[in-house]
Design a protein around this ligand. Structure first.
Ligand code: NAD
Length: 476
C-alpha cells in the first residue's frame, strides 16, 4: 500500500488570482490528536518554568517579529488583499500587544495573599493546560496574538488553527516563538477536531456566527470553557450637532472601507438626521474622493484592496439592492485582475434589507435618515448583534450620555474602528456578538483559573480565631 500524499492548501492572491502566494500542508482531522498530546506534554514543562523565563521568551519573539515585519507585511498583503500599510500596522500592533502582556503579566498572574484573623488565603492564577485558538482570515496575526500572548504568559500551551484563507503569515509568526505554540491548518473539520479534543481545556474563537455556534456547541459538549469574539453590525450615529469636517469624514470613510469593509468593528450602518442627509452624502462622497483608492494592496497610495474570495465578491455585489447607490473613490489598476468590488454608499435602502439588518462584511455601507434621538437609538440597538458603535457630536458630554445607551461592547466618540482602539481597553461584544473579552486585564484573565489555598487560623498551631468577624466555619 502506498501512502497518499498529504493534502495541501494553496493560497491565491485575491488581488491577482493567477498568483499562488504559498502552500501549507493541511492537518487532517485525525492528525490533530498527536499534536494536542505533544502540546499537553510541553505545557507541563513550560508552566514549571519561572514566569520571568516565559516572559523573556515572549520578549524575544516580539523582537524577532519586529525585525521580520517588512517581509511579513508583504506576505500578509499578498495572501489577504489588505493594503500593505495596514498589514504593517497589524504586525506592529501585535508586537505592541505582546510587549504589553510581558509588562502586565507579572501583576496580573501574581498570587494574591490574604492574611487576617481567620487565617491565610492564597489565590493562585493557574494555566488551563492546552488552549485551542480558532481564528479568522481578516486580521490573522493580531487575532491570533490576542490569544497566543496571554495564553503562553500564563503557562498554557496553545494550538492555533488559522483560516485557510490566510494561513501563511501567522505560520511564520508562530515559528518565531521559542515556546509551546503550534499551528494546525485546515477548515471546519480540522477546527472541530481541535476544539473537541479531550485535552483542550480552553477554547478561544474569533469568527462569524455559524462557526461560533458550532465551536461553542462542541466546547460545551466537553464542558470546555470558551471565549467567543463574533461578528458585528456597528451603527455610527451622527447627532444633529455633529459637524461634517473633512477630518471626521475621512476617518468615517476608512472606518467602513478599511480591509474592504471586512472588519468586525467596521462602521456598518450610518445614521444621520433626515434634515442633514443630503449635506452628509455630499461630505461623505468628497471624503471618499480624498481617501479611497481601490487597487493593488502593494501599490503606493492604495487604501483599499480586493475582497477575500470570489464568494465574497458575489455577496458584496448582491448587496446593492434598494436605495440610491453612489460608487465611491477611484480605482487604480486593473479591476479584473482579482476580487475587486467598487466601494459604495447606499442612501436610504429599505430598513429591512439585508444590507441594514445583517453584517455585510463588504465594501457597501448604508446611510439612513432619522428624526429624534429615541428613534435612532432604537434603530441602532435593533438586532441580535452588539459589538461596537459610535456617536458623533460637537458636544462630548452629550455624546457620552448617548454612548452609555448603546447595546454594544464598546462605543467610540467622534471616531470608529481602528482609530479608536486601545490596548488598555477590554474588547468584546454583547448579545450575539460573543462572550468574554480580549485585550486589557480581562484579556489576561481569560487564560488563568483562580485556585485557592486556605489555611484557616483555627487549624494553625498557636493560631486562633479572634474578633467579631465572620465565622471560620460558615454554613453551606
Ligand atoms: P469564519 O467563522 O468563517 O471562520 C473563522 C475560523 O473558524 C476559521 O479558522 C474557520 O476555518 C473556522 N471554522 C469555521 N467553521 C468552523 C466549525 N464548524 N468548526 C470549527 N472551526 C470552524 O469567519 P471568517 O470569514 O474567517 O471571518 C469573518 C467573521 O469573523 C465576521 O463575522 C467578523 O465580524 C468576525 N470577526 C470578529 C472579530 C471580533 O473580534 N469580534 C474579529 C474579526 C472577525
Amino acid at each position: 500500500m502506498t501512502a497518499s500524499a498529504a493534502a495541501t492548501i494553496a493560497r491565491e492572491n485575491p488581488a491577482r488570482t493567477s498568483e499562488i502566494v504559498g502552500v501549507v500542508v493541511e492537518t487532517a482531522p485525525e492528525a490533530v490528536d498527536a499534536i494536542v498530546r505533544e502540546a499537553d506534554a510541553d505545557q507541563r514543562k513550560w508552566a514549571a518554568r519561572p514566569l520571568a523565563d516565559r516572559l523573556a521568551a515572549l520578549a524575544r519573539a516580539a523582537a524577532a517579529i519586529e525585525d521580520a515585519t517588512p517581509g511579513l507585511a508583504t506576505l500578509l498583503a499578498r495572501e489577504s488583499g489588505k493594503v500593505v500599510g495596514d498589514c504593517r500596522g497589524e504586525l506592529g500592533f501585535a508586537v505592541r500587544y505582546l510587549r504589553w502582556v510581558v509588562e502586565h503579566a507579572p501583576s496580573a498572574y501574581a498570587d494574591r495573599v490574604l492574611d487576617d484573623d481567620l487565617g491565610r488565603v492564597v489565590e493562585q492564577r493557574k494555566p488551563y493546560g492546552v488552549v485551542a485558538a480558532v481564528t479568522p482570515w481578516n486580521a490573522p496575526v493580531i487575532l491570533a496574538m490576542l490569544k497566543i500572548a496571554p495564553a503562553l504568559a500564563a503557562g498554557n500551551a496553545i494550538v492555533v488553527k488559522p483560516s485557510p484563507l490566510a494561513p501563511l503569515t501567522i505560520s511564520r509568526v508562530v515559528d518565531l516563538f521559542d515556546a509551546p505554540v503550534r499551528v494546525v491548518h485546515g477548515g471546519a473539520e480540522t477546527g472541530a477536531a481541535l476544539v473537541g479534543h479531550e485535552l483542550v481545556r480552553k477554547v478561544a474563537f474569533t469568527g462569524g456566527a455559524a462557526g461560533g455556534r458550532a465551536v461553542a456547541a462542541l466546547a460545551s459538549e466537553r464542558l470546555t470553557p470558551s471565549v467567543l469574539e463574533l461578528g458585528g453590525n456597528d451603527p455610527a450615529v451622527f447627532l444633529d450637532d455633529a459637524p461634517f469636517t473633512d477630518d471626521a469624514m475621512d476617518r468615517l470613510v476608512m472606518a467602513s472601507f478599511a480591509t474592504s469593509g471586512q472588519v468586525c468593528m467596521a462602521a456598518k450602518r450610518l445614521y444621520v438626521p433626515s434634515s442633514r442627509l443630503s449635506g452628509f452624502v455630499g461630505a461623505y462622497r468628497a471624503a471618499a474622493d480624498r481617501v479611497l483608492v481601490t487597487g493593488d494592496p502593494l501599490a503606493d497610495g492604495v487604501t483599499m484592496g480586493p475582497v477575500i474570495s470570489a464568494a465574497a465578491q458575489r455577496a458584496a455585489l448582491a448587496l446593492r439592492g434598494s436605495g440610491t447607490v453612489h460608487d465611491l473613490g477611484r480605482f487604480d489598476g486593473d479591476p479584473a485582475s482579482g476580487y475587486f468590488v467598487r466601494p459604495a454608499l447606499v442612501v436610504e435602502p429599505d430598513p429591512g434589507s439585508r444590507l441594514v439588518v445583517a453584517e455585510q462584511f463588504a465594501p457597501v455601507v448604508p446611510v439612513l435618515g432619522y428624526s429624534g434621538e429615541e428613534s435612532v437609538l432604537a434603530a441602532a440597538n435593533a438586532g441580535e448583534l452588539g459589538l461596537g458603535a459610535s456617536v458623533w457630536s460637537a458636544d462630548e458630554e452629550r455624546a457620552f450620555a448617548f454612548a452609555r445607551r448603546f447595546e454594544a461592547g464598546f462605543t467610540f466618540v467622534n471616531t470608529h474602528n481602528r482609530t479608536g482602539m486601545s490596548l488598555r481597553a477590554p474588547f468584546g461584544g454583547v448579545k450575539r456578538s460573543g462572550w468574554g473579552r480580549e485585550y486589557a486585564q480581562e484579556g489576561l484573565a481569560e487564560y488563568v483559573q483562580t485556585c485557592v489555598i486556605h489555611a484557616p487560623a483555627a487549624f494553625r498551631p498557636g493560631a486562633a480565631v479572634t474578633g467579631g468577624g465572620p465565622s471560620a466555619y460558615p454554613a453551606g
